[in-house]
Design a binder for this molecule. Sequence first.
Ligand SMILES: [Zn+2]
Ligand SMILES: [Zn+2]
Length: 345
Amino acid sequence: MQAAVLEEKEKLELKDIPKPIPEEGEILIEVKSCAICGTDIKVFHHGHKHIHFPRVTGHEVSGIIVALGKNVEEYQKGERVAVAPAIPCGKCYYCRRGIEAMCENLTAIGYHYDGGFAQFMKVPRLAVSNGCVNPIPENLSFQEASLAEPLACVINGQELSKTGLGDTVAIIGAGPIGCFHAELARIKGAKKVILVEISSARLEKAKFTGSDVYINSGKENLPQRVLEETKGRGADKVIVAVGSKKAQEDSLKIVAKCGILNFFGGLPKEDTIINFDSNLLHYGEFYVVGTHGSAPRHNQLALDILAAGKIDAKAYITEKFCLSEIKKGLKMAEDKKGLKIIIQP
Ligand SMILES: [Zn+2]
Ligand SMILES: [Zn+2]
């Protein structure tokens, strides 16, 4: 089968490799869509502690089940499925407490196992038995369904942010994740959604989200503008959906008293220390949380939201490429041209 194999950092090669054979408890899917994620670009340049080369990456995957290993009873050949890449063990302290996203033995497709930038992908036994394989609702295309994974992470983030009725929510970053946050905040009952972005082109594209206020932080003073929009109080919920120290530092100044600030975007690992005026927290009595993944149930919720048409995944799909054009796709995603780029192996 054809696969884009990451041989080492920055060496991605299209190769013919053996088609995987599903063992007991495993599933083989023919990949129909694998969306490019920001972390695919990070991994391409810098590798990842859980990736041993050579590795097929890609973790936002949907496809058709084409073969089943022994003792797989809940699935059938021909079924259309979306795969949640983060695989909880189901047994550790956190899994037992229902916090699978924090599993101590978490493994992931595209990291520990080969992922979706290939014609076929094997789904490991624990992923099959722990609810990572979700049937795609009839009215969703493979491309739309492959966006369930990033949306799942956004749903997990807003559970932790406790977004709810009447909230004013400020989101910094209007990439695909920021746009999902803006739309989900509205679904959860936010009264006012403020979307902040440093690139004028991205901000312009983000207008489909129906946010109430768009702030260009490249031209306007971010803390000052958010305070103006919130009668000086700041936003009840602030979500930083970019990996930027400046954005994190600014965000501390725009949380309302007793609000919740979420560091959703991670910082590059060599530069993670920010300036934090701890008195802002002392007097503001706000909460700071972070988010970095999702559990299988968030992926199911994401598919439900997309299928119900509450968020239109089509609005997020900028371009589709075949596997041989993957480098073009990665470059386009890296240059932040548009929102989601889809690879169709
Ligand atoms: Zn992703
Ligand atoms: Zn676990």
